[in-house]
Design a protein around this ligand. Structure first.
Ligand SMILES: Nc1ncnc2c1ncn2[C@@H]1O[C@H](COP(=O)(O)OP(=O)(O)O)[C@@H](O)[C@H]1O
Ligand SMILES: [Mg+2]
Length: 394
């Protein structure tokens, strides 16, 4: 491993949290030049800190949480006096100074609070209100691995699709917006059909939106896989080579025909499927795409051991970082929550070595400072105890 890199990397150098989950108020200053390691007992606030960082990019953060859950909940509810407590969530905020290849930015984001379900996340960049969250994606990108993703290969496709789209988003800051536009049109189209709507103009307009955005989303996902492929096949030392592919009809069609033809075909299919959908049937499309992963030993990821599955996830995000460095000159900020949990000592060492040399900032958490001992002198250690953060020595 190299000594602490004196070159200024991209990443977050100042972080301020207000009423964010367990943090009523927190200010933290770190270097972007070396990994940040947060250790502490269960429930001390480690994942919450990474979640706060994940709000510096577009989306709903690494827990995909409702914003009303993110606001600090106070526990002073006195039995019998619950009515005195506001039923509506309070406001929360995350602000940070970020170093990006484009320069330094002050980012502020959060919710004002309000009626549950109606709250919107506001974003300010250098003091100016951003028109949309996607402006954050032009400044920095971030990827994360959390314990909740440990069984991602065994669960629902939704989780894998979300992971896939997060990786795409790092290359294409408009991807999240297009995914949302597709899914909103799909939901509206489905609702209208099931309510018996026969307004062909309205339905046609939604089908146009779905085909246009759906094909753009599928094309961006295909593009990601092509970018990752060479790095995935190369493997990462202690980490397995992963064979990654997409199962999705639009993604497959795009391998055979030009995008405009695929759009036409999808639009026609949607129109033909109106009756089937209205009768309770389903249609396939980018809302069902799945990410299929095979271990180098020729076994599907879902059949691998928990440790092997974790190693595959690590292989994918390392390949992703290398592809980002090749194509954009900078890797995304990495938020690795309890990443060492299922990795053996050799793989842990190998992972740290790769992370230290990355051209972007990495945040790691764990309960045991000892499992990060090989980062001693190479990382910045902090202890978190009941939402209090102090510098620690490894
Ligand atoms: N909205 C909230 N308001 C106040 N506390 C919260 C909120 N959401 C979660 N917490 C609490 O924050 C604490 C720290 O959580 P977390 O960061 O996930 O812990 P860990 O250090 O194990 O990763 C937990 O005790 C949790 O109950
Ligand atoms: Mg945690």
């Amino acid at each position: 491993m190299s000594e602490i890199n004196s070159k200024r990397k991209t990443g977050i150098c100042k972080l301020k949290l207000t009423n964010f989950r367990c943090y009523s108020s927190l200010f933290l200053e770190v270097e972007t030049s070396s990994p940040v390691i947060l250790t502490g007992n269960n429930g001390s606030g480690k994942t919450n800190m990474l979640e706060a960082l994940s709000f510096l990019v577009p989306g709903r953060g690494l827990r995909h949480a409702r914003f009303s859950d993110v606001a600090m909940h106070h526990s002073e509810i006195v039995l019998g006096q619950e009515d005195n407590i506001s039923r509506f969530p309070s406001s929360w905020g995350v602000s940070a100074k970020v170093i990006s290849p484009l320069g330094e930015f002050d980012i502020g984001t959060g919710c004002e609070g309000g009626k549950e379900g109606l709250e919107r996340r506001q974003v300010r960049i250098n003091g100016q209100v951003a028109k949309s969250q996607s402006e954050l994606g032009d400044i920095m990108s971030a990827v994360w691995l959390t314990p909740a993703m440990d069984r991602i290969f065994c669960g629902e496709a939704t989780q894998r699709r979300r992971f896939l789209d997060r990786l795409v988003q790092a290359f294409d800051s408009g991807h999240a917006g297009r995914t949302t536009a597709y899914s909103n049109a799909y939901k509206q189209w489905g609702r209208l059909l099931r309510e018996g709507c026969k307004d062909a103009v309205w339905l046609r307009a939604l089908e146009n939106t779905m085909s246009e955005y759906g094909v753009a989303v599928a094309a961006a996902r295909r593009d990601l896989i092509l970018r990752l492929q060479p790095f995935l096949l190369e493997g990462g030392g202690e980490f397995p080579r992963a064979e990654v592919s997409l199962s999705g009809d639009l993604e497959n069609l795009l391998g055979e025909e030009p995008a405009l033809t695929v759009e036409d075909r999808f639009r026609e299919r949607l129109e033909r499927s109106r009756k089937i959908f209205a009768d309770g049937g389903y249609i396939s499309g980018p809302h069902q795409t799945d990410l299929e992963v095979m271990h180098e030993k020729g076994i599907r990821a879902s059949l691998c051991s928990t440790g092997e599955q974790k190693a595959l996830l690590v292989s994918i995000i390392i390949a992703h970082s290398k592809a980002q460095i090749r194509d954009r000159g900078v890797a995304p900020v990495m938020l690795l929550d309890e990443v060492t949990a299922h990795l053996d000592k050799k793989r842990r060492g190998a992972l740290f070595s790769i992370l230290v040399d990355l051209n972007s900032q990495v945040w790691l958490t764990g309960t045991d400072i000892g499992s990060f001992s090989s980062l001693c002198g190479l990382g910045q250690f902090f202890d978190i105890d009941n939402a209090e953060v102090t510098a620690a020595v490894a």
